[in-house]
Design a protein around this ligand. Structure first.
Ligand SMILES: Cc1cc2nc3c(=O)[nH]c(=O)nc-3n(C[C@H](O)[C@H](O)[C@H](O)COP(=O)(O)O)c2cc1C
Length: 185
């Protein structure tokens, strides 16, 4: 299988973010064919179309990094039953200027991670709605909703239980196939 570059986008800026921990666990168990890199969306100026004439350097850098990726992995918390503003802002910035959507056609997978029992379902699906519009095919199955996240990690930030590790590994295997299918076509 050809090697594919995956940009990993985490919708939380918290140092101790459970989404970041899950993203790191996924990166560590990624199949050989996926080369994973975290995309930093902190410090990205808020989208304002008036600035497009001379866009902030952070926007330009983000757009270039998205363009350079073959695929996308999103790990998102749920904020008030939707995606955090920082993630929505990154999607908006990447989608413009008009006619130059950097996200276009990149295959993606989504995992939502929450300390609650509903597991970020609302954020996961709101994200799918935006990704549809920017023409990102998001893997349908397996769906990945990680709940009660505070109980999943040990003091070193490592996953405690094998069933979660097994699920995450199968999620990454499905994502590998998803990326390979879309990049070829
Ligand atoms: C502003 C705000 C809104 C939140 N809204 C929700 C919510 O709608 N559903 C939910 O399951 N958790 C909600 N939470 C709790 C988050 O799931 C929890 O803070 C989680 O740990 C955030 O992800 P992180 O650990 O990656 O930062 C909210 C947290 C914040 C700060």
């Amino acid at each position: 299988m050809k090697k594919h570059k995956i940009a990993v986008i985490v919708g939380s800026l918290r140092k101790e973010s459970f989404n970041l921990k899950i993203a790191k666990a996924l990166m560590a168990m990624a199949p050989e064919s996926l080369s994973m890199e975290l995309l930093d969306i902190s410090g990205l100026p808020m989208f304002n179309e008036d600035l497009e004439g001379s866009p902030p350097k952070e926007w330009v850098a983000l757009r270039e990094k998205i363009r350079a990726a073959d695929g996308l992995l999103f790990a998102t918390p749920e904020y008030n039953r939707s995606v955090p503003g920082v993630l929505k802002n990154a999607i908006d910035v990447g989608s413009r200027p008009y006619g130059e959507n950097s996200w276009n056609g990149k295959p993606a997978a989504i995992i939502s991670v929450s300390i609650g029992a509903i597991s970020g379902f609302g954020a996961n699906h709101h994200l799918r709605q935006s990704l549809t519009f920017v023409n990102v095919p998001a893997m349908a199955q397996p769906e990945a909703y990680i709940g009660n996240a505070a109980e999943l990690f040990d003091d070193n930030g490592k996953l405690k239980n094998d069933s979660t590790k097994d699920f995450l590994r199968s999620f990454m295997e499905a994502f590998e196939t998803w990326v390979d299918t879309h990049v070829k076509s």
